[in-house]
Design a protein around this ligand. Structure first.
Ligand SMILES: Cc1cc2nc3c(=O)[nH]c(=O)nc-3n(C[C@H](O)[C@H](O)[C@H](O)COP(=O)(O)OP(=O)(O)OC[C@H]3O[C@@H](n4cnc5c(N)ncnc54)[C@H](O)[C@@H]3O)c2cc1C
Length: 393
């Protein structure tokens, strides 16, 4: 049996694992990093099944800072990630995000807006009349206003993932196609991983970047993580609407969201309380849209009473059932086990800040962003960090 040694083994080659690998090698060109991914086609990874949206509209300072950091990174991403002169194009489109607000969500939206503005974010409050004037499509009964984040937008999650992956490999990361089926521990430290072919790889640091499989991986080391894989569906449809420009993505107080893709093409999704916890169910059902999303959409956009569903897909959120926020750092009861998990529905946009922060923690560098609020210690100490009811989607 082979026995290979690394300084860091990252389990999971989605956008988190690739970003962590990139930052590790960027900061330390000598560190030996293995990035292990069981499915390089990414057919079930959350990253490639996500909507690719990024927003600055959070209520926690650190979540806002992560988005701001992501925007800074995106400004020079193509140049930074160039490999052999080839620059990735992530198709970042800053059409803005418009969060509709009802009476019940007014207070927390006002608090969030005040904090965002204090931190220099370009977010503004629009009255229903102002929204109506700019977007005559909408019927805003029951809405007391909206917050428009002009820096928010969407991009290709696959392109971002592949850019980090290619660059991490170009900088010297060893990419290994394999499934981790076991974790080795000695006392209260992790020492290595077991692959499905029985090979053992050793490292003093193992990173859990397994997305919806995070709790499954942690269980291999007898660590119980409050992270559940929850099925979410996205439906794509064509409508008679013909907006002249791309509309801001629209977020309803109920959690329903609508992303305009150009011409009459839109996609929509909504987290429902009874969405199944599963690692195997990736079936998309048009009835999910017809029964749960369509009536609500028509109430706000009457023109959508006629539309043609053109497709859809299902993916998995890695829902942090403890407090909905990221879990970042070393598990206090198991030395060498670093977590980048629990991002629920907003992890894609945080990959830049998380990649950097995890690399800084592992290398013992002072972090550029202090994200210690998301330490896993809070789970053991029962100190949840809640965002707000409305914006964790
Ligand atoms: C429908 C949907 C829409 C979303 N929309 C957005 C959005 O608009 N904006 C946003 O910010 N976020 C969004 N998200 C959330 C976002 O996609 C995730 O938070 C983020 O992509 C998580 O990245 P990850 O690398 O941790 O996980 P993943 O991309 O799932 O990567 C984990 C990888 O680990 C691999 N792996 C797992 N176990 C093992 C093992 N034992 N051995 C080897 N490899 C293993 C898997 O194969 C997988 O490729 C959405 C998610 C979904 C499902």
């Amino acid at each position: 049996m082979n026995n290979r040694h690394y300084d860091v083994i990252i389990v999971g080659g989605g956008v988190m694992g690739c970003a962590i690998a990139y930052y590790l090698r960027k900061f330390d060109s000598q560190i030996k990093v293995a990035l292990i991914e069981k499915d390089p086609t990414y057919s079930r990874a959350s990253t490639t099944l996500s909507d690719g949206n990024t927003r600055i509209q959070f209520n926690i300072r650190e979540n806002i800072a992560m988005s701001q950091y992501g925007l800074d990174v995106l400004a020079t991403f193509a140049q930074e990630m160039a490999v052999d002169g080839e620059m990735p194009d992530v198709a970042f489109r800053q059409q803005g995000n418009l969060f509709l607000i009802d009476e019940a969500s007014r207070e927390e939206s006002e608090q969030g807006l005040a904090l965002q503005q204090t931190l220099g974010c370009q977010v503004e409050w629009l009255t229903p009349a102002e929204i109506q004037q700019i977007y005559p499509l909408y019927n805003l009964a029951g809405c007391v206003g909206g917050t428009l984040g002009r820096q928010d937008g969407t991009m290709s999650p696959l392109a971002v993932l592949l850019a980090y992956k290619q660059k991490a490999i170009a900088l010297g990361t060893q990419f290994i196609q394999a499934e981790v089926v076991g974790l080795y521990r000695e006392g209260n430290r992790l020492t290595g991983v077991q692959l499905a072919n029985s090979e053992r790889l050793d490292a003093p640091v193992i990173v859990n970047a397994a997305g919806p499989w995070a709790a499954h991986l942690a269980e291999m080391a007898q660590v119980i993580l409050p992270v559940q894989p929850v099925k979410r569906q996205v439906t794509v449809f064509d409508t008679p609407a013909r907006p002249q420009t791309i509309l801001p993505a629209l977020f309803f107080p109920s959690g329903l969201y609508l992303i305009h893709e150009g011409d009459g093409h839109f996609m929509a999704g909504k987290s429902l309380p009874d969405d199944p916890v599963t690692l195997d169910d990736f079936t998309w059902e048009r009835t999910h849209f017809e029964e749960h999303l369509w009536p609500e959409l028509v109430a706000t956009i009457p023109l959508f009473d006629r539309l043609k569903i053109t497709g859809g897909w299902a993916g998995l959120y890695e829902v942090n059932s403890f407090d909905g926020n990221a879990i970042l750092g070393e598990w206090p009861e198991l030395g060498g086990f670093f977590l980048a998990n629990g991002f629920s529905g907003h992890g894609f946009q945080q990959c830049h800040a998380v990649g950097r922060f995890l690399a800084e923690l592992i290398l013992g560098r002072p972090p550029v962003l202090d994200l210690s609020i998301f330490s896993p210690r809070r789970i053991l100490e029962n100190q949840p960090v809640f965002e707000s009811q409305r914006k964790i989607i």
